[in-house]
Write a protein that binds this ligand. Structure first.
Ligand SMILES: [Cu+2]
Length: 340
């Protein structure tokens, strides 16, 4: 490989010295067309509505020259990974033990050649910002990567020979913005549909009402991290059912007068408290649904049934019962049950 590089360099020099028009082309493409470092974004939240999370690498595909370092920045509060799997391996479900192993990083040892696992791990886990994840590419080829918790998030790095036209940082920024705006439009429409519809409700024989609040919504390229629609006329002794029809796991967690778990990996996040559905709310205790699974199926499996994605609370008395999703609180996923 070293010798090949030397040959290319010598031919380049000869070209420069000998033939005018060819040498100009060489110079333009090698100096202007290839950057030593290219950075791109992994996920972003809508700057005008933090509850809309774009689940995409921006842009999805980049072309770089040999020797380029690619740098991914987790640009929003939602965690993502940049995971290059070894040849022949497919991305395991994030709920599986295999998937959860990929939450931990496997940093590159030298430049990446497509033959091994290289993985940022899941970052950030919690409110801290994550440093960019960097991989250097010396070998021409096409390398696919994906996010361990968002199977729809995939990308490609194409590495071309030195001197071949590659993306500039400006190209990457422009294409990233174009793709981002497309997915923001998709997400904003889904958010509007979710919040604009009338809350689902059923009348009970005892004169109370059971209201349904949806936990998030998902499109092909976004997660809407909101509880909606908001019922306006809840009365004491009514019931509220939280239902997860989205592609992400969520909780509905009431702090009461306690403090909430801060880290998404805290086992308390996934523990229904004080126990399984149904429960009665109060103004004092920490009350938690635990993680309600997404309405999505692992390969070869069926999605969890509605009952497994639902949790029912009775609201005993007038007052305000504030709640959050413990996984998505940094994306503004929160609500209040107002009981008149
Ligand atoms: Cu959530």
């Amino acid at each position: 490989m070293r010798r090949l590089g030397l040959v290319v360099a010598v031919v380049g020099l000869l070209g420069l010295a000998a033939c005018g028009s060819d040498s100009k082309k060489e110079t333009t493409s090698s100096s202007g067309g290839q950057a030593s470092e290219i950075s791109l974004r992994a996920g972003v939240n809508d700057p005008s509505d933090v509850t809309i999370a774009v689940l995409a690498y921006l842009p999805q595909a980049i072309t770089v020259g040999q020797g380029t370092t690619v740098s991914w920045t987790i640009a929003g509060p939602e965690p993502h990974s940049v995971t290059f799997l070894p040849p022949g391996q497919t991305m395991p479900s994030p709920e599986s033990a295999e998937g959860q192993k990929l939450f931990a990083p496997t940093p590159p040892t030298g430049s990446y050649d497509g033959k091994s696992l290289v993985n940022s791990g899941l970052v950030p886990l919690g409110p801290q910002a994550a440093p960019p994840f960097k991989v250097k590419f010396d070998t021409a080829g096409s390398y696919k990567f994906a996010c361990v918790i968002h199977p729809q998030m995939t990308g490609t790095v194409t590495v071309v020979a030195t001197g071949t036209k590659a993306d500039t940082q400006a190209d990457v920024q422009t294409r990233g913005d174009t793709e981002m705006n497309q997915w923001l439009t998709e997400g904003r429409a889904a958010k509007k549909a979710m919040t604009d519809k009338a809350p689902a409700k059923t009348a009970n024989a005892d004169g109370t009402t059971t209201w349904t609040i949806e936990m998030g919504a998902s499109t092909a390229h976004t997660d809407i991290l909101a509880f909606a629609p908001v019922p306006a006329a809840i009365k004491a002794k009514d019931k509220v059912v939280f239902v997860n029809n989205s592609s992400a796991p969520h909780t509905a967690s009431f702090a009461g007068k306690q403090s909430l778990p801060q880290n998404p990996t805290d086992p308390a996040v996934n523990a229904p408290k004080p126990g399984a559905s149904p429960q009665t709310l109060n103004a004092t205790d920490f009350i938690n649904t635990g993680l309600l699974p997404p309405n999505a199926a692992a390969p070869g499996q069926t999605p969890p049934p509605l009952a497994a994605r639902s949790f029912t609370f009775t609201v005993p008395a007038t007052g305000q019962y504030a709640y959050v999703c413990l996984l998505h609180v940094t994306s503004g996923m929160a609500g209040v049950i107002n009981v008149a």
